[in-house]
Ligand binder design. Sequence first.
Ligand code: TMP
Length: 236
Amino acid sequence: MKKLAELYRGKAKTVYTTDNPDLLVLEFRNDTSAFDGQRIEQLDRKGMVNNKFNYFIMSQLRAAGIPTQVEKLLSDTEVLVKKLDMVPVECVVRNRAAGSLVRRLGVEEGYIFNSPTFELFLKNDALHDPMVNDYHCKAFGWATDEQLAKMKELSFKINTVLSELFAKAGLILVDFKLEFGLYKGEITLGDEFSPDNCRLWEKETLKKMDKDRFRQSLGGVIEAYEEVAKRIGVPL
Ligand code: TMP
């Protein structure tokens, strides 16, 4: 496999084509973005930590029967993945109130829901990722009812698997964001799962161990990511 040209540069990762049209290379950079790219800073080691974290989580999910795009860890900051035709919406699962839901519904941070919630957001920085629903997805042709049903089913299954994995390490999985795409017609998990796109709180102290440390300028961002990685057994 040969890495060829840069295909797309996102806020935190760069995507490269390879000599195999079905495979891409994802490179995790140190860039850390918040507020739809309005604030971007370089955090030492972040590319490496998130790449290895993501590879570990995706391997666990694959073992639990979730189709993922991940093929092979290539280096500290690169992973080989299947090329997906991405669905342009983000799927957010929440177990407790935090972030935008607190602002939207006026509940207290940490409020524990009776059952997990599922929300869809259109990927569009200029519009600040507006919330959309199943009807928008169908009306604009972003995803069919069948594809949405699969995305929802996989999102809740991922919530079950990962809530347990983090609970064993003394951490609460508060919420997380997933992105799916199609590989040969099958809904497949893409993008990444790392402390950049989930909320993790220490069970005993409720200390934030995720990107909220960056968003809220709490300091010790990468140290927290590394602590989570160590606790769940990610080899760094
Ligand atoms: P929110 O509370 O800001 O809506 O975020 C919900 C979850 O989604 C949280 O774990 C952070 C994650 N997220 C992303 O990964 N990317 C984004 O652009 C946003 C807004 C949230």
